[in-house]
Write a protein that binds this ligand. Structure first.
Ligand SMILES: NC(=O)c1ccc[n+]([C@@H]2O[C@H](COP(=O)([O-])OP(=O)(O)OC[C@H]3O[C@@H](n4cnc5c(N)ncnc54)[C@H](O)[C@@H]3O)[C@@H](O)[C@H]2O)c1
Ligand SMILES: O=P(O)(O)OC[C@H](O)CO
Length: 342
């Protein structure tokens, strides 16, 4: 793909490197191939690379999906050093270490599209902040929205937000990453896009708890709506825009993740609502539930910014073993009555 930037310079993206061969990295690599990019998918597990090459399937993280012809695989981050474009897709808590390992191979100016959803524990930083600290010469974009990896990998349609502060680069990435069935919409607000993706995972755990306790469709809808108010408040306090979280990366993804047990986050909540402990619900899981990982950071961030996030706060307390499911439900239902506003 060739695009012109504001100063008339041409931006060409012919090759893409996808870091992280979990379910989403694999699905996005499929999208890149469909978009016409010469694509290499990097897996950190050498034995997985072998399987990917021989079976052309990712049986570890995305079983049952035949992988696109032409997609290449590697375990070595150095092999992505020549790529025109990088998509970073490790779990959020591993983003810093992953980008640090990639840094010696990154060419200044090569954009990095951040596709992970979470807040770094300890630092409370967003993935764009982690990128700025690890690859300061990388223009950043955020790709986020309602997108179950299995569906996207199979070519089922969806639309997502692609946020990039540089309009010309954003426009170029938009046309580069659009593919049949994969429709990105452009935004400039990276913070809003990241906040939406990180918060929806924690809120989906709450919807799962509600489902597991059979609290009904009304409770489900109320949770999504009040959860969206929390997401908006927090995003705005972080410097994002309410308009962004009303889009695919916020409301869109919240609705998806809260509505299907395909979601790892919602199914974690379901298990808790049905009486399992956190340890039981997570036992043996190879895949990441980002809401579990990010909940303490979201809680700390909201406290630091003085933002009320009772649902996210309650989920963080439940996951930390500070309250029970009954305590969570009672706590939310007995809050002082007040005017309805975001
Ligand atoms: N699965 C989806 O449908 C989906 C959709 C959109 C966004 N995402 C986001 O994509 C990100 C990755 O999720 P996923 O579903 O691809 O993962 P996954 O659960 O399918 O796989 C786990 C991944 O974690 C990696 N990993 C484990 N330990 C690691 C370490 N120490 N360092 C680096 N990587 C390590 C594994 O190699 C594997 O790639 C998450 O932030 C998730 O929220 C997922
Ligand atoms: O399975 P989850 O809960 O990680 O959700 C996957 C995607 O983020 C949905 O957009």
């Amino acid at each position: 793909m060739t695009n012109e930037n504001a100063s008339g310079g041409r931006m060409e993206f012919r090759t893409a490197g996808v870091i992280g061969a979990g379910a989403w990295g694999t699905a996005l690599a499929q999208v890149c191939v469909r978009a016409g990019l010469d694509t290499t998918l990097q897996a950190r597990e050498p034995q997985l690379v072998e399987t990917l090459r021989t079976t052309r399937a990712n049986d570890l993280y995305l079983p049952g999906v035949p992988l696109a012809e032409g997609l290449k695989f590697t375990a070595d981050l150095a092999d992505l050093g020549d790529c025109d474009l990088i998509l970073a897709v490790p779990p959020a808590q591993h983003m810093r270490a992953t980008l640090t390992a990639f840094a010696p191979h990154h060419r200044p100016g090569v954009p990095v599209v951040l596709c992970s959803k979470g807040v770094e524990r300890g630092t409370m930083k967003l993935m764009t902040e982690v990128l700025a600290e690890t690859l300061p010469d990388a223009p950043a974009a955020v790709l986020s929205g309602p997108s179950f990896a299995g569906e996207v990998a199979r070519g089922l349609p969806t639309a997502v937000t692609l946020a990039c502060a540089d309009q010309a680069l954003g426009q170029a990435l938009l046309s580069t990453l659009s593919a049949p069935g994969f429709r990105p919409y452009l935004a400039t607000d990276l913070i809003g896009a990241e906040a939406g993706g990180a918060l929806k995972n924690v809120l989906a755990i709450a919807c799962g708890v509600s489902e597991g306790r059979q609290l009904g469709r009304s409770a489900h809808a109320a949770l999504i709506t009040r959860g969206f108010a929390e997401m908006t408040r927090l995003a705005v306090a972080m410097g994002g825009q309410a308009e962004t979280v009303a889009g695919l990366c916020g409301l869109g993804d919240l609705v998806l993740t809260c509505s299907s047990p395909q979601s790892r986050n919602m199914s974690l909540g379901l298990a808790l609502g049905q009486g399992q402990t956190v340890e039981q619900a997570l036992a043996g899981k190879r895949s990441v539930a980002e809401g579990y990982e990010s909940a303490p950071a979201v809680r700390a961030l909201a406290a630091r910014l003085g933002v009320e996030t009772p649902i996210a706060e309650g989920i963080a307390a439940l996951l930390a073993g500070e309250i029970t499911v009954d305590g969570l439900i009672d706590g939310l239902l007995s809050r002082p009555l007040k005017a309805e506003r975001v």
